[in-house]
Design a binder for this molecule. Structure first.
Ligand code: UD1
Ligand code: CA
Length: 466
């Protein structure tokens, strides 16, 4: 069910497309459903239907699970929502009803719920809450069996005291569902068609109703407001942090680590070898692999990168490999305030210092660019020293061209290397030079105005006021 508006988010973006760990809420629900090996998933859309459908077909269209959309217009309640899905469902098997705004249910929990339904029972996912306000309550008979669900707004004083609540998630035998839904009425406090009314119908029809109660409230928590979204985000990230620490990763503060899907939907995956230290405030997106003994400084943002053993990434470094990836070699030093863009490949012991940007360039072992520089579309040889303020002019306004800097070259400060150009091995480029032609190995190349000293020159003197 993903048709609701989510008024309390106070956002133009539909609630089910709000992001948790970089992934839309509904995307979490569909990823979990896919792990149940469902035959198909039917998404009920309504509010901003086109936007929701487009986002989900893009993200989940190529998964193993067939994805279908049905529209619910207007939105007359959860029972009415599921009714719209009935024509799209097979008549046999088990239907699991999920809410697009409950993102953190685990697949094994849903599997247990499906098992509890056993193909012929109605199984409800429930949890006991110290404060059950707002939720539907599980009403049991004197013998302890589930009789019905009563919504907050329809509950009596005594029923409001019930702490066991309905999560909004149920597993229903498909063969029974259509018949029950057809009998729903909207004769209640909200004049809505409540899906929860099928519970009393099952009891009346002699279909056993089982409550599968779990202890972990996070798995059934829904998102209604920015505050709840942030709370669930922290719960989710906290679980990642604990899992990493159990593997031996040292986090300076488990409350200040974030793993996210990347901007193009690649799933969050942080793989760490032994003795990795991660300081506070780091964000890892997409797939990031970190080698043994590597240190990541505070406030780094790292996406789609491989960082080899013994490297040190100093604070405030921004690494984003996007499609092409970024690789950092063994023992390399990067940052603070460095930026590695797609296709940056750093060899062993490479040094990239503050305010240095590297894009689509290979730096061989021991190459250094320590300050304020740009290397784009460049091939840089071993032990090259690339001076402060130097840049590769790789773009002529239409095409990109390569710069080749052979081994052991020294590029002075403030040089412009106008690509395509090759600097021969062991050569030196004098500071302030603009290099447009290839240079021979071992030579000093300088291209700038000669220094002159004018002895007759006099400083201007301040004129008297008229
Ligand atoms: C529902 C349950 C309640 C349960 C709670 C758990 C009913 C009647 N009540 O209440 O027992 O404790 O979830 O969170 O089912 N939706 C539609 N179309 C509609 C109405 C809702 O698609 O016409 C979708 C919403 O977008 C949302 C989900 O269904 O994803 C739940 O709807 P919501 O209005 O939040 O139900 P609750 O009142 O929270
Ligand atoms: Ca809700």
């Amino acid at each position: 069910m993903a048709a609701g508006k989510g008024t309390r988010m106070k956002s133009r973006l539909p609630k089910v497309l709000q992001r948790l760990a970089g992934r839309p809420l509904l995307g979490h629900v569909l990823s979990t459903a896919a792990r149940l090996q469902a035959r198909s998933a039917v998404v009920v859309t309504g509010h901003c239907a086109e936007q929701v459908e487009a986002a989900m077909s893009q993200a989940h269209g190529d998964g193993g699970m067939a994805l279908r959309f049905v529209r619910q217009e207007p939105q007359l309640g959860t029972g009415h929502a599921v009714q719209q899905a009935v024509p799209a469902l097979a008549g046999d098997g088990t239907v699991v009803v999920l809410s697009g705004d409950v993102p953190l249910t685990r697949a094994d929990t849903l599997q247990a719920l499906v098992d509890a339904a056993g193909g012929e029972h109605l199984a409800l996912l429930t949890v006991r809450l110290p404060d059950p306000t707002g939720y539907g309550r599980i009403v049991r008979g004197p013998d302890g069996t589930v009789r019905r669900i009563v919504e907050q707004k329809d509950a009596s004083e005594a029923e409001l005291g019930i702490q066991e609540i309905y999560s909004g998630i149920m597993a229903v035998p498909a063969a029974r569902l259509a018949g029950w839904l057809a009998r729903l009425t909207n004769d209640n406090a909200q004049s809505e068609y409540y899906l929860t009314d099928v519970v009393a119908m099952a009891v009346a029809d002699g279909v056993p109703v089982v409550a599968h109660r779990i202890d972990d409230a996070v798995q059934v928590a829904g998102v209604n407001s920015p505050l709840q979204l942030a709370e669930l985000e922290r719960a989710h990230q906290g679980a990642h942090a604990r899992a990493l620490m159990e593997q031996g990763v040292r986090l300076a503060d488990p409350a200040r680590l974030d793993l996210r899907d990347d901007a193009r939907g690649r799933a969050a995956e942080l793989v760490c070898a032994q003795d990795v230290d991660i300081d506070v405030g780091c964000i890892f997106s997409g797939r990031v692999e970190i080698g043994e003994g590597t240190r990541i400084g505070a406030y780094c943002s790292i996406a789609n990168a491989t960082i080899a053993a013994g490297a040190v990434i100093h604070p405030y470094t921004h690494i984003d490999g996007e499609k092409a990836g970024v690789s950092v070699g063994e023992g390399a030093l990067v940052g603070p305030f460095a930026r590695l863009r797609p296709g940056a490949q750093l060899g062993r012991e490479v040094h990239i210092g503050n305010f240095v940007e590297v894009k689509n360039s290979q730096l061989a072992d021991g190459a250094k660019a320590n300050h304020l520089a740009y290397l784009g579309d460049a091939t840089v040889g071993e032990r090259v020293n690339y001076g402060a303020g130097s840049i590769t002019a790789n773009y002529d306004g239409v095409n990109k061209h390569r710069t080749v800097i052979e081994a052991d070259v020294q590029i002075g400060s403030n040089c412009v290397l106008v690509a395509p150009v090759t600097i021969g091995a062991g050569g030196t480029v004098g500071g302030g030079s603009t290099i447009t032609k290839n240079t021979e190995p071992g030579v000093l190349s300088v291209s700038r105005g000669r220094q002159v000293s004018i002895t007759s020159w006099k400083r201007p003197v301040k004129l008297p006021k008229p």
